[in-house]
Ligand binder design. Sequence first.
Ligand code: FE2
Ligand code: FE2
Length: 183
Amino acid sequence: MIKPKTRPAKTTNERMIKVNHAGENGAVSIYRAQSWMVRWRTPKLLPQILENLTHEKQHREIFKAYLAKRNIRRCVSYHLCGIGGTFLGLVTGIIGGKAIAATTYAVESVVLQHLETQLAYLQIHDLEAYEAVCLIIADEQAHHDQALLALKGTNFWTRGIIKIVRLSTEFVIRFGMRSPLKN
Ligand SMILES: [Fe+2]
Ligand SMILES: [Fe+2]
């Protein structure tokens, strides 16, 4: 079967979903790499990480389906998110539970803020994209809340991780949302 020719995302709503798709690939990569590390470092954390990994794979599929339906090309940052996420997952997985919680908390707090902004826009401009985002919000909120609970009092290192991860997540979103010249 011949694959249809893909096109770049043109509108703000399409760019939002393209960025979400790349971000979910990053989230899958973080949890997958953490799952490899906690198997031998802190096995009690494994069930929760595997459950979150399952959610992130579902989220990635939701956005992938939206893009596929419109023949929209995935974000140029898709593989970058995968590589960055794997690196982050490996490092924090080795450090242990607090570093894992700090990473999840940092990613999800930025993501939830952006999803709220997206919902307000998409409700008016693109109901299909709106419904796709609605499908993932409860999971992201649950990941955020679990992580916050597990953090219980930050220290110098967890504060550092939170800052770096927040900035990286913001960067990925801004980079993906820029007006595309050739993506
Ligand atoms: Fe997600
Ligand atoms: Fe999540």
